[in-house]
Design a protein around this ligand. Structure first.
Ligand SMILES: [Fe+2]
Ligand SMILES: [Fe+2]
Length: 271
């Protein structure tokens, strides 16, 4: 049940390879029935065997009714991305890559006569030293105001929890929602900040449960314990998890009224 004047979005964490794609495909119908979303967003940076995304996968997500695909540092890992990223305005990459980087970091879509901006930004702590995410996102806000876009959603793809919290506080009341991605581990700190921004440090992932952030455990032993080079691949597991958030937004004000975590564990034998 959805209250009057409320727009509801669902955002799902990084899709990790085939297990992630499968759990998403098998769950999205049920999620639609349960949440009645107006907009579905997912992070697709790991959807092609853990690294990057292919055009075929992009099309399959859009065919399943996904409105926007966000990404992050892994977006460039399948070379073909450069051939198609500019064809899909609703496939976005972090906005704070330097000017001239292919693709776009923001898209504006319209649902029920309401404009919604979705921005993808990336942190810099323990990550590549790209342009400042704070100043880059801030530079978009006037443009959005002038164009009467009140609903602004940000996928902040970052490693450090502190940088994500700073980002949430800094934009409280100026954007509708900030959710973190990239760590693949869902945090339990979802809340509405004092000035009306929905916030969570990380929404988690969609992928193999028995894994290290979606990847094979043995490969992680090799990397973390033995410090040997390894080519990571998505784990096989007896169950997959689908994680994300549902956010309710007041259409008139552009403020968030509710944020709740989604976390379901699905046995791979069940449909
Ligand atoms: Fe990721
Ligand atoms: Fe990432």
């Amino acid at each position: 049940m959805k209250p009057e004047g409320i727009l509801r979005i669902l955002a799902f964490g990084d899709i990790i390879g085939e297990p992630g794609r499968k759990v998403f495909a098998n769950s999205i119908h049920k999620m639609r029935e349960k949440y009645l979303p107006d907009l579905i967003i997912l992070n697709g940076e790991n959807s092609a065997h853990g690294f990057g995304i292919t055009e075929e996968i992009v099309k399959s997500f859009f065919n399943m009714g996904v409105d926007v695909i966000t990404s992050g540092n892994h977006i460039w890992q399948k070379k073909e991305i450069f051939n198609f990223i500019d064809k899909y305005p609703n496939l976005i990459r972090p906005i704070n890559y330097p000017p001239g980087t292919p693709g776009s970091g923001m898209t504006i879509i319209e649902k029920s006569n309401t404009k919604i901006a979705i921005i993808n930004a990336m942190g810099r702590i323990f990550m590549d030293a790209i342009d400042c995410p704070f100043r880059t996102v801030e530079s978009q806000l006037n443009y959005l105001k002038e164009n009467n876009v009140k609903i602004i959603l940000v996928d902040f793809h970052a490693e450090a929890t502190s940088e994500k919290q700073v980002f949430g506080w800094y934009f409280d009341g100026r954007v509708t929602a900030v959710w973190g991605t990239h760590t693949h581990i869902q945090t339990s700190d979802e809340r509405i900040l004092p000035k009306g921004t929905a916030y969570i440090t990380d929404i988690g992932m969609c992928g193999a449960r028995d894994s290290v952030i979606g990847m094979k455990i043995e490969e992680s032993y090799r990397k973390v314990i033995q410090h040997l080079p390894v080519k990571f691949s998505p784990a096989d597991s007896s169950a997959n998890i689908i994680e994300g958030v549902a956010i309710d937004i007041q259409v008139n004000s552009g403020k968030a009224t509710l944020i709740s975590r989604i976390r379901e564990i699905i046995s791979i034998n069940s449909k």
